[in-house]
Ligand binder design. Structure first.
Ligand SMILES: Nc1ncnc2c1ncn2[C@@H]1O[C@H](COP(=O)(O)OP(=O)(O)OP(=O)(O)O)[C@@H](O)[C@H]1O
Length: 637
C-alpha cells in the first residue's frame, strides 16, 4: 500500500478563505465547534440513511454518536464521529475546494470590504463551515474512513496554502478531527478550547438540540478520587420543534436556526406549527434577517429539512414550500410518512401537499401580523425578500389575496416610508377609481419621470414599482379590492376631466386643431418607433413623454423577455407632447412657417430622444443624438 505522504495545494478560493480564517478578523471564534459538530451530525444522518437505503452495506450503526476530548498539555481538541466518513477523494473534494455557489461573488465582495464589521457580516452570510477551525487552530489533522471501506486517510494542514494526505490502515469508521490549538488570547476572544468546561459550555449553548449524543469523558459526580472518567452525554438532545414554544427561549431557537443554516446572525422571526389529528406533524420555520447570496441563483440551496418521527430524512426538501418562499428555513417532522420516502414521491404525496398548503398560510399569516405589529421588522424583511414574495403573485393564484395583503411599495405619498395596498386605497381621492403605479429601475428615475407630473399636480398618489418582477405581476393580477391597477405610463390620462369645466373642453379642441399638422407630420417622421404622436394632459413641466397603450408590453418587460431568450416583437410607443411647453409651441410655430427646414425635423428627433432618456430608456443611436444636441447648443451661443 502507498503510505507516502502527498502534498496538495488548496484551490485558489479556498486559500483566500483560509487566509481570512488564519488571520481571523471574526470576533466570535467559539462557533467553530458548532460548525464541526453540525458536520458530524450530518455525517451521522447520512450514514443512517445509507444503511436504510442499502441493507447489505457493511457498516456499524449500533452506537452513532459524537465524541469530544481535550488534552491540556498537548493543547488539542478532538471531535470524533462514527458517521459516514470520507474517502481520499472526498477529502480532497470537501476540504480542499469550495464547491458552494456564490463563492466567487462572496470573495469579490469581501475583497472590496475594508470595514471589519462588514466583513464579519459577509462571512456569516456565506457560512465557512469546516474552515472556521483555522480561527482557533494552527494545525488541523483529520483522519477519516468512509463507512464500508477498509482503508482510511489522514489529511493535515496548517491552513497556509497546502495540505498533506496519507493512507492509514487502522482508522475507525467516521471522522476524527484534531485541532492543534493556538495559544489562548482572551483579548481576541480566543478562549481555552483545551478546557473541558469551556467545551461543554459551548456545546450547551450552540448544539444542545443535536439529536445525536455528544459525549465527553467525565468523572462521574460523587465518584471516588482517581476514578476513571466515563463517556457522558452532554447535550439534552431535545428536538426543539417538538417542545411547546413557550418552553423554548429565543436564544435556543436562534442557535438552532444557526445550526440549520450556518447563518451567523439571528433569525428575524420564528414560526412554530403543530398539526394534530389524522395527519400529525410539527414544523419550525425561520425567516432569516438577510437574503442569502444564492437567493437568485438557479442552483441556490432551498427547502426545509424533513424528519419522520425525529429521524432525519432529507435536507433541502423543496416540495414543502413553493419557490417564492424559498428563503424560509426550518424543519418539518411528520408522524406518518415512510422512512424511505423519496424526493419524487414527495412531489405528489397528498399529505405533503396538505402540509405545504398549511405552511404557506402560516408564513403569509406571520408576515401579515409582522406588518401590523412590528413594522420595523417587516421593513427589514421586505427589503430583503419582498421581490421574491412578489413572484408568488404570478405563481400562486390560490394565495394571491393573502400575498397582496403583505406587499408594500414606495409611493409618491412619502419620501421614505412604503405603503401597503390597503393604506393606498384608504388614501384614494374621491372619484379616483384606479390604483396608479409606475414601474422603473429606481425610485429616483420614477420620481423624475415626466409621467408623474400631471398626477402630482393633481395630488394623485402613484405607487413606484422598482423590482423586475413588478412588470409582470401587475398585468397578471389586474386589481386589488375591486380597483384596477393602472400604469401612469399607459393609455390616455384623463387628468383634466376632473375639474376642468366645459371651457376646458373647448380650449382643448382648439389646441388639438392648432397642433394637428405638427402631430401628424411628427408621426410620419418617426413611424418606425412611434405609433402615434398626441397632446398630453399628464405633463406640466416636461415637453414630452413616451407612453404605451393600456395592454402594451413595456420596454422594460420587452427587455426582460429578450433576456430570457423569448422572441418578442418590438412595441411601438406613443409620444405625448405638452402643448404648454415653449419647446413644443415653438416647434409648432416653426413647422407652420417653414415645414421643409431640416433643422425642425432634427428638433423633433431630439424631443423624442429626450422623452426616451427621461424615462430611463436607451437611445438607438446615442452618437447622432449627441451630435444634434451639440450643434443645437452651439448655435444658441
Ligand atoms: N465529520 C464529517 N464527516 C463526513 N463528512 C464531512 C465531515 N465534515 C465535513 N464533511 C464534508 O465536508 C464538506 C464540507 O464541509 P464544510 O463545513 O466546509 O461545508 P458544508 O457543511 O458543506 O457547508 P455549510 O457549512 O454551508 O453547510 C461537507 O459538506 C461534508 O461533505
Amino acid at each position: 500500500m502507498n503510505t507516502q505522504t502527498e502534498t496538495l495545494e488548496f484551490q485558489a478560493e479556498t486559500r483566500q478563505l483560509l487566509q481570512l480564517m488564519v488571520h481571523s478578523i471574526y470576533s466570535s471564534k467559539d462557533i467553530f465547534l458548532r460548525e464541526l459538530i453540525s458536520n458530524s451530525s450530518d455525517a451521522l444522518d447520512k450514514l443512517r440513511l445509507a444503511s436504510y437505503a442499502d441493507k447489505d452495506l457493511d457498516v456499524d450503526t449500533e452506537d452513532l454518536h459524537i465524541h469530544l476530548s481535550t488534552d491540556g498539555e498537548q493543547r488539542t481538541l478532538t471531535v470524533r464521529d462514527n458517521g459516514i466518513g470520507m474517502s481520499r477523494d472526498e477529502l480532497v473534494e470537501n476540504l480542499g475546494t469550495i464547491a458552494k455557489s456564490g463563492t466567487a461573488e462572496f470573495l469579490r465582495k469581501l475583497r472590496e470590504t475594508r470595514d471589519a464589521n462588514a466583513s464579519e457580516e459577509l462571512i456569516g452570510q456565506f457560512g465557512v463551515g469546516f474552515y472556521s477551525c483555522f480561527m482557533v487552530a494552527d494545525r488541523v489533522t483529520v483522519v477519516s474512513r468512509r463507512a464500508g471501506e477498509t482503508v482510511g486517510t489522514r489529511w493535515e494542514s496548517t491552513g497556509e496554502g497546502t495540505y498533506t494526505l496519507e493512507s492509514v490502515d487502522e482508522a475507525p469508521q467516521g471522522t476524527t478531527m484534531t485541532l492543534h490549538l493556538k495559544p489562548v488570547d482572551e483579548e481576541n476572544a480566543l478562549h481555552d478550547y483545551a478546557a473541558d468546561w469551556k467545551v461543554k459550555e459551548i456545546v450547551r449553548r450552540y448544539s444542545d438540540f443535536i439529536t445525536w449524543p455528544i459525549r465527553m469523558d467525565v468523572v462521574p459526580p460523587g465518584a471516588e478520587e482517581g476514578a476513571e472518567p466515563e463517556p457522558t452525554t452532554i447535550n439534552s438532545r431535545k428536538a426543539l420543534w417538538a417542545r411547546s414554544s413557550d418552553e423554548v427561549s429565543e436564544a435556543e431557537y436562534s442557535e438552532f436556526y444557526k445550526h440549520l443554516t450556518h447563518d451567523w446572525s439571528d433569525p428575524l422571526d420564528t414560526i412554530s406549527v403543530k398539526a394534530e389529528g389524522t395527519f400529525e406533524y410539527q414544523a419550525l420555520l425561520f425567516l432569516p434577517s438577510r437574503a442569502p447570496m444564492d437567493l437568485f441563483m438557479r442552483e441556490g440551496r432551498r427547502g426545509l429539512q424533513l424528519y419522520v418521527k425525529r429521524v432525519f430524512i432529507m435536507g433541502d426538501c423543496e416540495a414543502l414550500l413553493p419557490e417564492y418562499l424559498r428563503f424560509v428555513k426550518g424543519v418539518v417532522d411528520a408522524q406518518d410518512l415512510s422512512l424511505n420516502v423519496s424526493r419524487e414521491i414527495l412531489q405528489q404525496d397528498r399529505q405533503i401537499q396538505l402540509m405545504r398548503r398549511r405552511l404557506v398560510k402560516r408564513v403569509l399569516g406571520a408576515l401579515k401580523t409582522m406588518m401590523a405589529e412590528e413594522p420595523e421588522k417587516y421593513r427589514t424583511f421586505w427589503k430583503e425578500f419582498g421581490s421574491v414574495v412578489k413572484e408568488g403573485l404570478l405563481n400562486d393564484a390560490a394565495n394571491r389575496d393573502a400575498i397582496l395583503d403583505v406587499v408594500s411599495f414606495h409611493s409618491t405619498n412619502d419620501a421614505e416610508a412604503t405603503t401597503s395596498l390597503r393604506e393606498y386605497v384608504e388614501r384614494m381621492k374621491d372619484g379616483q377609481e384606479e390604483i396608479y403605479y409606475l414601474t422603473g429601475r429606481t425610485r429616483s428615475v420614477i420620481e423624475n419621470s415626466p409621467h408623474l407630473e400631471g398626477f402630482q399636480a393633481k395630488g394623485l398618489e402613484v405607487l413606484m414599482l422598482t423590482d423586475a418582477v413588478d412588470e409582470m405581476w401587475v398585468d397578471a393580477v389586474g386589481e386589488f379590492d375591486g380597483r384596477k391597477f393602472r400604469s401612469v405610463a399607459k393609455g390616455q390620462a384623463d387628468l383634466k376631466a376632473e375639474d376642468d369645466e366645459e371651457s376646458g373642453d373647448s380650449e382643448r379642441d382648439q389646441r388639438a386643431e392648432e397642433f394637428a399638422a405638427l402631430l401628424s407630420w411628427m408621426g410620419t417622421l418617426m413611424e418606425d418607433n412611434l405609433k402615434e404622436v398626441r397632446l398630453s394632459s399628464r405633463l406640466t413641466t416636461s415637453p414630452a413623454c413616451l407612453v404605451g397603450d393600456e395592454h402594451d408590453v413595456t420596454p422594460e418587460l420587452e427587455k426582460l423577455y429578450r433576456a430570457m431568450g423569448q422572441d418578442v416583437p418590438h412595441t411601438k410607443r406613443i409620444l405625448e407632447l405638452n402643448p404648454a411647453h415653449p419647446l413644443v409651441s415653438g416647434l409648432r410655430k416653426a413647422h407652420e412657417e417653414r415645414a421643409d427646414d431640416e433643422g425642425i425635423a432634427e428638433t423633433a428627433e431630439l424631443l423624442y430622444g429626450m422623452a426616451l432618456l427621461a424615462e430611463g430608456g436607451e437611445l438607438s443611436d446615442p452618437p447622432r443624438f449627441t451630435r444634434l444636441l451639440a450643434d443645437r447648443l452651439a448655435s444658441g451661443l
